[in-house]
Design a protein. Structure first.
Length: 233
């Protein structure tokens, strides 16, 4: 099917501390290759990759254009990429003019081991973790996502891992446009996910590696190819 992929790489990466002081966190290597390169190579070469950029965008754009001269890469500059009014929901919405079709959204610090399915339906990438309070989380029954909670303590067992297939893109964009609620200081993607849940949203479980904090990065560095997935450190 015809679809595109959106990678969010605009943020400062403050959770990584000094790791991201001199470069965008998506360029920090996992087992010898930048995280964003692992992500790009998940997808067929004829799929357009739309990348939201902001923090240290010049070096990121130059690196990717040099590394992938034969791929269709579209860069979308996000402003603001930090502070009031920013966040993953806002960064993704900035990419909307290039995503008027079914698409896959993946965060720039999300790695998975399984093959990522096409967005031929609405699906939410999840992983079971010990504590979901730091994440957008999902309650799942029979493979269906029936409840979404964002960064609150719940009985949910599955974290949303920053990976989603959006088939009903018009409804998703309308929901993001109408709901600009700030959660944990940022506009979140969950504002659009809630609408997909109403339409029909399946869960897809992945072996997940979060490269966005020093502890989870260290875990991914050691375990990405053949070890256990992240537990939401």
């Amino acid at each position: 099917m015809r679809y595109k992929v959106a990678i969010l790489a605009a943020g400062v990466g403050s959770r990584m501390g000094g790791f991201s002081e001199h470069l965008n966190k998506v360029l920090i290597p996992i087992q010898g290759k930048p995280t964003i390169c692992h992500i790009i190579e998940y997808f067929p070469e004829d799929v357009e990759i739309v990348i939201a950029v902001g923090y240290k965008k010049e070096s990121l754009i130059k690196y990717l254009e040099t590394s992938y001269p034969n791929r269709k890469l579209t860069f979308v500059e996000v402003e603001p990429f930090q502070g009031e009014g920013s966040g993953p929901g806002y960064s993704l919405y900035c990419c909307k003019p290039h995503l008027e079709c079914p698409f896959i959204h993946i965060a720039g610090d999300t790695l998975v081991r399984e093959k990522i399915p096409e967005p031929d339906s609405n699906w939410l990438g999840v992983a079971e973790v010990e504590d979901t309070s730091r994440f957008c989380s999902a309650k799942i029954e029979g493979g269906d996502v029936i409840r979404i909670d964002d960064k609150v303590q719940t009985a949910n067992k599955h974290a949303y891992i920053g990976l989603i297939g959006v088939y009903d893109y018009e409804s998703f964009w309308n929901a993001l446009e109408e709901n600009k609620e700030v959660i944990d200081g940022e506009i979140q993607v969950s504002n659009g996910i809630q609408k997909l849940k109403e339409i029909g949203l399946k869960s897809k479980t992945f072996t997940w590696f979060d490269t966005g904090t020093p502890n989870s990065y260290e875990h991914a560095q050691k375990n990405y190819f053949d070890g256990e997935g992240s537990q939401g450190d």
